[in-house]
Structure formats: C-alpha cells, structure tokens
Design a protein around this ligand. Structure first.
Ligand SMILES: *Cc1c(COP(=O)(O)O)cnc(C)c1O
Length: 451
C-alpha cells in the first residue's frame, strides 16, 4: 500500500521554524534521496539544494567517502558514554581540529547541536570568570541582529525579534551593541572607516559602561548569517578582540555557520587574524551528516576548572550524545576530504566564479538592492526601490514568494526575510552553479517582473 506521506505529515508533524498554516498551501515535499547538490522527491523531481540543507551539507549529499566512514564506524560501535570513556575518533578529531583552528584553542568539549554548544560556551565562560575570582562579572554582551541558536541561553544572546520577542520575559538580560550595517550604514567612508565608526560609536561606550562586569562578548565572526548574510570588515573583529582584552572580557566566536571553509577561509576568525577564547563549531563539522558540535577553548580556561573534586570546580555540563562516534567518524571524513582534495582551494575558485555569474545575472535587476558575498555565500537583498534602498512591505513576503516559485523551478532558496541566498556545498560544480542561477533568475522574474 502506498502511503500518502505528505498528508500524514500534516496530520502528525510540527515542523521547525514554520508557520504550519502556510503548509496548507505549500505541503511538505517528500524527499527520497540526494546526490551531491541535488535532492529528489517522491516523484523524482530534482531540486538543487543551494542552501546546503540549512548550511550544514558541506560536501554534497550522500558523499561516498563520508558514507563509508560512518558505515565502518557503525560496524564497531555506534555510541558510548563519554564520561570516563573515550574512543579513537574523538581523539583524532580533537587533535586535527587543534591543528587547523586559530592558536591556543587546545581543549575540546563536545555537544550535539549548535545551540547546545552555545549554552556550553556561555556556562564555561561564566564559570571561568567566577573561578578566577571575577565574581562581579555576570553580564554577557552580544551584537544586534545576532543569532546563536534557540535554546533559552542562546536566544538571550541573540537579537532577532523573529525568534526571541515572545520569550523576552523569560530570557537572561544581555547587553546589545548595534552591529555594523554595511548596506544601510549610518556612517560615511570606505568599509574600514565605517567599521571604525561603528566601533567608536557603539562598542566603546558599552565596554566603558559594562566591560568590567561582563563575562564575555559573543559574536558571529565576519558574517551574521541569520541576520541576512550581513558581512562586516575584519578590522571590526580585530578591534573587538582588543577591547575584550582591555576589559578582561572573554571573546566567544560562534563559528557554527562560518566554520569549515564557508567564508573562503577554514574559519572566519582567520580573516582578522585573531583567536577567540572560546569557539563553537557545528553545522559543517560533520558535513551535515550527524548532529554534533564542539566547543574549543584555551588551556587557561580549562585550567581554572582543574582541581580536586571537593573544590567543586568541575564543569558539570553534559549531553547524552557528547562525542558520539558516528559524528566523529563523519567529521574525520570531512577533514580527510579537505586534505586529499584541497577543498579550500577549489572552493575559492568556485567562489570567484559564482560571485561573478550572480553579479552579471542580477546586479542590474530593478529590485536587487545589494549582492553581498563571502566565500561561496552570496546574498541578494531584494528591495522595492533600488536607489533609496526602500524595503518591500513585509506583508508581501517577497522572499517567501520567490522561495515558493523557486521550488516549482527546482531550486531551494529558503529566504531570510527579503534576502535570498546561495550557500552551496564547497565542491559544487560549474554547471550546477549555472543551472542554479538560471532557476533563481527565472523565479525572481516570475514574481517581480524582469529588468
Ligand atoms: C545554526 C546556528 C546556531 C544553532 O545551531 P543549531 O544546531 O541549529 O542549534 C548557532 N549559531 C549560529 C551562528 C548558527 O548559524
């Protein structure tokens, strides 16, 4: 008997980040299989997964090498308690991450999703400050438009009303700094000048007022992804590092979205040549195969927890699936592929091609306000008026309309408001990029008209 999966889904399932009411008109698409950048539904219709299935699919779907690594691991052991037990995959992964991460990130704590990693990072930072005697430090600082996940702690240091507004009374109070907006900047000058002015106007006063009592500043380095792929100059991040040091505030770099080559470098912090005190990794970590995340930190922080048990200094934070062997096997396979296929290099070539092609296809479109790009990420901000940068009326849901049209045209373009974006696997092929752009342009034209 054939099941009507979509129909049963609507009866049973509450999907993430969705108004289920919308599903009446756009029922869930039943996916059967995937290969590379393409996935196929139950009728064998092809979709180009240009958003890497929420930014995690790093090297294509059903990658043979990763599949094999997980299968091999599966034949040994699927999971083992990670308190007082260990396994080769976790140790290999930590030792390899230490080689490629910014300097001094020498200790590795495992969680099982991005938000949990952020929770772990916040607690670790707080406990560190208190255990080294900074008991007056109780506040966290974050940037406006920040996104760090959706558990209560992570939401508290995020700043997107869409996800957080209703929960405000139950969130921790965090201090927000107005983040640089390079598209609708309130300052004049080249990008470094603008970054410097945002820093002087918004960062310095906050640190003067709250720096002494603050535990940590958490940021998405260089790219505020969920905010609409907002990119700020490396200089700004450099200056954040400096001012954190001045005030004894820890810097937490949330590289959950940016890590593993997404911005053209292995980690976004490299653009500014800085090292955070704590870094969070997930999404691309396992190539988008297994829910796993890592929090890496310095020996200095680690050592503040290291003492006889009776002193009560241990980090008593845990998740059942910490250090899951299947996740580690996938992550090790991802790093193998980076090494054996020189993925960073080919991704950089792909990035130049993709950015050029998107610009020539769309830059002159009457509703394209800005195309911003870093690495293979290209974001297209759609506006009602190009010159004034006037946004569309939100109720029109232009981004969502284009998303629906693109699905018909075989392209997954899940929008961030009126920003549509490409964030493909790093090993996407040229003809796949061409085809994705073609379907994207067609979908925009069908909703907004041509040039
Ligand atoms: C996706 C994301 C998170 C949350 O990760 P989940 O696995 O979805 O909980 C946190 N921070 C950033 C920057 C992200 O992009």
């Amino acid at each position: 008997m054939l099941l009507d999966i979509a129909k049963m889904d609507l009866e049973l399932i509450w999907h993430p980040c969705s108004q289920m009411y919308d599903y009446k008109e756009l029922p869930p698409i039943v996916i059967k299989r995937g290969k590379g950048v393409k996935i196929y539904d139950e009728n064998d219709k092809e979709y180009i997964d240009i958003i890497s299935s929420w930014w995690c699919n790093l090297l294509g779907h059903s990658n043979e090498y990763i599949n094999q690594a997980i299968t091999n691991q599966l034949n040994n052991i699927e999971h083992v308690i990670f308190a007082n037990f260990t396994h080769e995959g976790a140790v290999r992964l930590a030792s390899r991450l230490r080689q490629i991460l910014p300097p001094k990130l020498d200790k590795f704590n495992f969680s099982d999703n991005g938000s949990s990693a952020v929770e772990s990072a916040l607690k670790m930072a707080f406990q560190y400050q208190h255990q080294v005697g900074n008991t007056h430090k109780n506040k966290f600082i974050c940037l406006s438009n920040a996104y760090h996940g959706e558990t209560i702690g992570a939401l508290s240091v995020g700043a997107l009303d869409l996800y957080a507004k209703i929960y405000e009374p139950m969130l921790l109070k965090a201090i927000r700094i107005k983040a640089p907006d390079m598209y609708r900047s309130e300052f004049e000058g080249d990008s470094d000048e603008i970054a410097r002015k945002y820093f002087e106007h918004y960062v310095v006063p906050i640190f003067e007022k709250y720096g002494k009592e603050s535990v940590a500043l958490i940021v998405e380095p260089i790219l505020q992804a969920a905010a609409g792929m907002m990119i700020y100059p490396p200089l700004y991040l450099k200056k954040l590092r400096q001012i954190c040091d001045e005030y004894g505030v820890l810097l937490i770099a949330d590289e959950i979205a940016t890590g593993f080559g997404r911005t053209g470098r292995m980690f976004a912090c490299e653009h500014a040549n800085i090292s955070p005190d704590i870094i969070t990794l997930s999404k691309g970590l396992t190539g988008g195969y297994m829910p796993m995340s890592v929090v890496a930190t310095t020996n200095e922080i680690y050592n503040a927890f290291y003492a006889p048990y009776s002193q009560g200094k241990a980090f008593m934070h845990s998740h059942t699936y910490s250090g899951n062997p299947l996740g580690c096997a996938a992550a090790n396979a991802v790093l193998d592929i980076f090494e054996s296929q020189n993925i960073l290099n080919s991704a950089q070539q792909n990035a130049i091609y993709l950015n050029n092609e998107i610009n020539s296809a769309l830059n002159s479109h009457k509703n394209v306000g800005q195309i911003r790009s870093i690495g293979l990420i290209n974001a297209i901000e759609l506006v009602e008026q190009k010159d004034s940068k006037k946004a569309f009326n939100k109720d029109l849901r232009i981004g969502y309309q284009i998303y629906k049209k693109a699905l018909k045209n075989g392209l997954i373009l899940r929008p961030l408001g009126d920003v549509i974006y490409f964030n493909p696997p790093l090993n996407i092929q040229k003809d796949e990029m061409d085809e994705a752009i073609k379907r994207c342009v067609k979908s925009i034209d069908e909703i907004l008209g041509g040039f």
